[in-house]
Each structure stands twice: as structure tokens, then as C-alpha cells.
Design a binder for this molecule. Structure first.
Ligand code: DGL
Length: 271
């Protein structure tokens, strides 16, 4: 198969990366995709950088064995702590979600006060702050881990009083800082957009890294002559490390399309 007709590999710690996959399919509908969700080991956001990097290499090796032309690290936690190591390990373009989100935040802010929310590992790494500051050192960045958002979304609770109270409790101080832009630095947070925007108020722009990442991918594929040229069938494969049932149910509803091909795989050994 010609290199540009190969699929794009996307991985996440679990189901959350489907927020990124959905935007990739919107932006690049003719490109084939192979998605890996490490559902047996989610969440990554509470783990040490060493463990996240070890899991990431196993995910990368699996997708690389599928002859992909580009790798998308949909997980903010992995993008924060392991992206450079992954980039050094393979010779295809690797796209993370931090830089695109940071770029969009810097472009959006008017008062140069930007908030960033994410998992504990993402916030601890300082990756968003560094990326934003390297684009514009005059931007003030306020970052905050919001660990309870992931289990709420996993449970399907994306609105209602429990989510609103949790968001209010986390974000009251952030609101008081007077930010005009908030980066949703976790795969799960775009699903809470309605509540987050209610809590933060209309004046605060929410930055969804997924949309920006898909745009960035288009420009990298174009710049490297990797846009698919054949008009053949579009590959849509899904792999998970735990049983596919829940992934299928939530995934199909979320993506708004049938998942025709899904397989459970084992990681942690040579693939
Ligand atoms: N995918 C993770 C992220 O974007 C959230 C879930 C997890 O902690 O693994 O940071």
C-alpha cells in the first residue's frame, strides 16, 4: 500500500480519546483510522510518569505494527509526559494534543489570562503552561487538576446537579482569577462543555484540544504529502484491552456511527 493511503493510528488510555477521533473523522473523513483504547489500564492520569511512558510505548508499538502513517496521542496525560520519548521511538509524524490546545488558547485570549484544567499528571507536568508560555511569555496561566471529572463522565454523568456542584467547587477560584479562556486539557472534559460554560460564564472561551488537534493533523498531512489519494474503502478499526461491550455501547452512541470492527488485544508483551 502506498504510504499516503495507510491509516492513522490514534490511542488513548480508554474511551475518552473518542472525543479526538470524532473530530478527526469530521475534519478528515476519507482518512482511515485505527483506534486503540487501553481500557484495562485506564485511568492514566493518576499514575507516575514512568508507568504512563511504559504503557505508551506498548500502545505505540502495537499501532506501529499496523503500518500507520501518522500517530495521534489523543490522551492529554500521555501527551504531557511521554510525547518526546514516543517521537524519538518511531519515524512517522506524531501529533499530541497539548501544542494545538496551547496555540488555540494563545490565539483566543484577549486579557492574557488563561486557565488550564486536566488530570493530576497533566497539571503536575506543567506541559500546558510551558507550551503556552513558549508561544507568548506574557500570558498568565492558572492550572488546576480536576480528577473527579473523569469518573463522572465514565459513569455517563455529563450534566445535572452532581456535575454542576463538582464543577462549581473546582472552578470558583479559577473564575475569580478573571481568566477569559479555559483549556479543557483532558479527553473527557469536552463532554462537560455545557456545564463548564454555565459555571464559568459566557465571557470565558472554552478551548477543546480535540478540534485544534484535528486541524493540526490536516496541515501536517498536507505538508508531508500524506493525504490519502485512493478512493477505496475507509478503514475504521478499534482495539481495546478489556472487554469490548461497554466500549461498543458508549462508543457507538458517542461517535454516532456503528463500530463494525472491534477486537480485544493483550498488551504488556511483545506484539
Ligand atoms: N485520557 C486521559 C487524559 O486525557 C483521561 C483519562 C485518564 O486519566 O486516563 O488525560
Amino acid at each position: 500500500m502506498q504510504k499516503n493511503d495507510r491509516p492513522i493510528g490514534v490511542f488513548d488510555s480508554g474511551i475518552g480519546g473518542l472525543t479526538v477521533l470524532k473530530e478527526i473523522i469530521n475534519e478528515l473523513p476519507r482518512e482511515g483510522t485505527i483506534y486503540l483504547g487501553d481500557t484495562a489500564r485506564v485511568p492514566y492520569g493518576i499514575r507516575s510518569p514512568e508507568t504512563v511512558t511504559r504503557y505508551s510505548f506498548e500502545n505505540t508499538r502495537f499501532l506501529f505494527s499496523k503500518q500507520i502513517k501518522m500517530l495521534v496521542v489523543a490522551c492529554n496525560t500521555v501527551s504531557s509526559v511521554s510525547l518526546d520519548a514516543i517521537r524519538k521511538s518511531i519515524d512517522i509524524p506524531v501529533v499530541g494534543v497539548i501544542e494545538p490546545g496551547a496555540k488555540a488558547a494563545v490565539a483566543a485570549t484577549r486579557n492574557k489570562k488563561v486557565g488550564v484544567i486536566g488530570t493530576s499528571a497533566t497539571i503536575r507536568s506543567g506541559a500546558y503552561t510551558n507550551a503556552i508560555k513558549s508561544l507568548d511569555p506574557s500570558v498568565e496561566v492558572f492550572s488546576l487538576p480536576c480528577p473527579l471529572f473523569v469518573p463522572l463522565v465514565e459513569e455517563g454523568w455529563t450534566e445535572g446537579p452532581v456535575v454542576e456542584l463538582t464543577a462549581e467547587r473546582y472552578l470558583a477560584d479559577m473564575r475569580a482569577k478573571g481568566i477569559d479562556t479555559l483549556v479543557l486539557g483532558c479527553t473527557h472534559y469536552p463532554l462537560l462543555k455545557a456545564v463548564l460554560s454555565k459555571v464559568m460564564g459566557e465571557g470565558v472561551m472554552l478551548i477543546d484540544s480535540a478540534i485544534e488537534t484535528a486541524r493540526e493533523m490536516r496541515s501536517i498531512l498536507g505538508g508531508s504529502s500524506l493525504i490519502k489519494s485512493s478512493s477505496g474503502a475507509v478503514v475504521r478499526e478499534f482495539y481495546v484491552t478489556d472487554s469490548p461491550e461497554k466500549f461498543l455501547d458508549v462508543g457507538e452512541r458517542f461517535l454516532g456511527r456503528k463500530i463494525e470492527f472491534i477486537e480485544k488485544i493483550a498488551l504488556g508483551a511483545e506484539v
